[in-house]
Design a protein around this ligand. Structure first.
Ligand code: AMP
Length: 290
């Protein structure tokens, strides 16, 4: 068998054409590398549902703003390939920036409304970069089932809408957040946390769990739930970039009183220089996976 790493669009397409002729279903897991159990859970699920699993590893420059951590984003390629293959991947697509963004490129894709607020407000242009690169993946990797994590909840809703709006021949699946045993959501950025920061980051888990339990107990005022989370973060001297309650599917803002339906409570926090995000569907148990 050829080495399972493809770096060009044409080589990847040729390889997948052969699989499609054989009738194989294609599963796709887009990542920026630095793989951890969260990514591996997506790869394993893809392997359960498809005969050929493509893991893309691409640190997409257009989704990082000036002054963000593009340069220091962890890059652990050889280990990633190893882990991905062990988890059930068959093909790794690892293109260069020049391959994904041809010289003279002019195109950006924007998914309106869903990209506004939350991470979109704190990271202007971020979701345009995400939507643009994922649209390219829909085009390059083509028909198949694409797996995303609900840890990046807003991103999941955006790429889902993107697929529908572009009439892409793809199915988008969102999978639960994988957590460390103490509840911290796994993230490639956790490795930057110093031991004491790692400990204070658990205020995120406590805050979201408390708010979710309070909702389960009947609290319907989003302001009260906000205060609960902010207070818990404050106890560990953490200030949130945002804490928001949104309707879980459309991401529209919460009304003064939460009615029937599913409500997302999402936040971003800076712990030292590391930015962490997390969320819960109100009423659900954070630790059993949302
Ligand atoms: P990233 O490499 O951070 O861009 O993430 C690639 C994919 O893995 C995205 O769909 C993420 O939502 C997903 N992901 C990242 N962390 C987790 C996690 N802790 N649990 C589940 N999925 C995750």
């Amino acid at each position: 068998m050829n080495a399972p790493v493809e770096q060009t669009v044409s080589a990847l397409r040729a390889r997948l054409d052969a699989h499609r002729v054989a009738g194989d279903r294609v599963g796709v897991v887009p990542t920026m590398g630095a793989l951890h159990e969260g990514h591996l859970s997506l790869i394993r699920e893809a392997a359960r549902r498809a005969e050929v699993v493509v893991v893309t590893i691409f640190v997409n420059p257009t989704q990082f703003g000036p002054g963000e951590d593009f340069d220091r984003y962890p890059r652990t390629f050889d280990q990633d390939v190893d882990l991905a293959l062990k988890a059930g991947a068959h093909v790794i697509f690892a293109p260069s920036a020049e391959e994904m963004y041809p010289r003279g490129e002019k195109t950006r894709i924007r998914v309106a409304d869903l990209s506004e607020g939350m991470c979109g407000a704190v990271r202007p242009g971020h979701f345009d970069g995400v939507a643009t690169v994922v649209a390219k993946l829909y085009s390059v990797v083509g028909a198949g089932t694409y797996f995303f994590g609900k840890k990046d909840y807003q991103q999941w809703r955006i790429v889902e809408r993107l697929a529908r709006d572009l009439l892409a021949p793809v199915e988008v699946v969102g999978l639960p957040t994988v957590r460390e045993t103490d509840g911290l959501a796994m993230s490639s950025r956790n490795r930057f946390l110093l031991p004491e920061q790692r400990l204070s980051a658990l205020a995120i888990v406590r805050g979201l769990s408390l708010a979710s339990a309070r909702y389960r107990g009947g609290e319907r005022d989003p302001g009260v739930l906000f205060d609960l989370v902010a207070e818990e973060l404050g106890r560990c001297s953490l200030a949130a970039e945002y804490i928001e309650v949104r309707e879980a599917e459309t991401l529209t803002s919460a009304p003064a009183r939460l009615g029937e339906g599913n409500w997302l409570l999402a936040l971003a926090v800076r712990v030292g220089t590391t930015r962490l995000i997390d969320n819960v569907i109100l009423g659900e148990d954070l630790l059993s996976g949302t």
